[in-house]
Ligand binder design. Structure first.
Ligand code: XLS
Ligand code: NI
Ligand code: NI
Length: 446
């Protein structure tokens, strides 16, 4: 299926592929959904409304398949030499053909994914305006919505030392231009959210870095973004995407807890929520489920970037998800928190470099959507059965008694508790946490 079409062609790029349909778990068709039945009701909502999945522009349509050792292998017609704007237009048509055929309700993009950088800031700004007209028309035509947009504040050489945290305030102002434009793009296209991933906001060595100063700069930047959101009346959520490392050694937005502290320090905890990514959670030494549960516990759950890492590789491999266990446990945390609201599942995932054929994009997304649907069914069964929640409730039942309530109500102090322990000759015994039994129970729901 390798193509040699000119960028300006309007022919379908995936002519062999019809729309991907639900065909049930017994089908042999590798390009049919086996579990994702968009209209199926699970816990009172359709699968479509639970998943709200999005295809990302950057990995699936912009990345040429290069790596640090080798050049691009995908050879899409819009890659390589040619008029950048004509290539961007062709890429947009192909992207929307894909979104429609896979049945994606949403997509996501960086400003520079949609429109070429150009030779100057002014040209980049104009290119984006031109491509937004095209994107708006394509969205109207296909009914595909925008889950979120973002600005690429890490690719251009000016951002080598960060964007908002750069030692040069001129770079901060260039970042402001890009974020203003990308945020206004989200507003114009009816985006449900706007995402800020830290890009190069971090450092490699303290020998050249003033960490406290950079934190103040980043706090100021986020406040400017929130002020502008209110000024233009954008109603979507502003989200920060935590990541512990890569490209810098120490990224400031390390994990959900670090971003939570940052938001509190800068008075933004009611303005900005989180976009949690699987592979970033695992790079931080957490599970995806933990990061979702942490965000939910502090009212910060926004949206999810769905992919997976490789436990034997220490970087952001961004593979398509395929672990039923990882996805089911994430869903369980999510359903307990009441779902994602304006968020969704963004496939921030890329093909392996040897998956050079356009059809590989379909295999990747069909599998990703299906594992999400299957994980939803497992988690729904866990919720409906209730045994696990019941166990957790029982475990803490004593906190509903006099002692527990008086501690949490602040009716006692440390010395009084110490006296109570002595007077009552307290001698609590260990109680089984039943981890093995609970893990066995989850395997029943598959
Ligand atoms: C990189 C991030 C990035 C964001 C969008 O690791 O995941 O893709 O999602 O800037
Ligand atoms: Ni991401
Ligand atoms: Ni990532």
């Amino acid at each position: 299926m390798t193509r040699t079409l000119e960028p300006s062609s309007t022919d379908p790029f995936f002519p062999e592929i019809e729309s991907v349909r639900f065909a049930g778990p017994d089908t042999d068709d590798p390009l049919a959904y086996r579990y994702y039945d968009a209209d199926r009701i699970v816990l009172g909502r359709s699968m479509r409304d639970h998943l709200r999945f999005a295809v990302c522009y950057w990995h699936s349509f912009c990345w040429p398949g290069d790596d640090v050792f080798g050049e691009g292998v995908f050879a899409r017609p819009w890659h390589g030499a040619g008029d950048p704007l004509a290539q961007a237009e062709r890429k947009l048509e192909v992207a929307f053909e894909f979104f429609s055929k896979i049945g994606a309700p949403f997509y996501t993009f960086h400003d520079r994914d949609l429109a070429p950088e150009g030779a100057s800031l002014a040209e980049g700004h104009e290119n984006l305006a031109h491509m937004l007209d095209r994107a708006e028309a394509a969205m109207d035509r296909t009914g595909v919505g925008l889950l979120w947009s973002t600005a690429n504040l890490f690719g251009h050489p000016r951002y080598a030392a960060g964007a908002a945290t750069n030692p040069d305030p001129d770079v901060f102002a260039c970042a402001a231009l890009q974020v203003r434009d990308a945020l206004e793009a989200a507003h114009r296209l009816g985006g449900a959210n706007y995402v800020l991933w830290g890009g190069r906001e971090g450092y490699d060595t303290l020998l050249n870095t003033d960490l406290a100063r950079e934190n103040r700069q980043l706090g100021r930047f986020m406040n400017l973004v929130v002020e502008h959101k209110h000024k233009i009346g954008f109603e979507g959520a502003i989200l920060i995407e935590p990541k512990p490392m890569e490209p810098t050694k120490h990224q400031y937005d390390f994990d959900a807890a670090a971003v939570h502290a940052f938001l509190q320090e800068h008075g933004l905890e009611n303005e900005i929520r989180l976009n949690i990514e699987v592979n970033h959670a695992t790079l931080a030494g957490h599970s995806f489920q933990h990061e979702i549960a942490y965000a939910a516990a502090h009212g910060l759950l926004g949206s999810l970037d769905i992919n997976r890492g490789d436990p034997q590789l220490g970087w952001d491999t961004d593979q398509f998800p395929n672990s039923l266990e990882e996805v089911s446990l994430a869903w369980y945390a999510l359903l307990q928190a009441g779902g994602l609201g304006s968020g969704g599942f963004n496939f921030d995932a890329k093909l392996r470099r040897q998956s050079v054929e356009p059809v590989d994009l379909f295999h990747a997304h069909v599998g990703g959507v299906d594992i999400l649907a299957r994980g939803l069914l497992v988690a729904a069964a866990m919720i409906e059965d209730g045994a696990i929640a019941e166990h957790v409730e029982q475990r803490y039942a004593a906190w509903g008694g006099d002692l527990g309530r008086s501690i949490l109500a602040g009716d006692t102090d440390l010395a009084a508790l110490a006296d109570l322990a002595l007077d009552r000759k307290l001698d609590p015994k260990p109680v089984s946490g039943r981890q093995e039994a609970l893990e066995n129970r989850i395997n029943r729901y598959r």
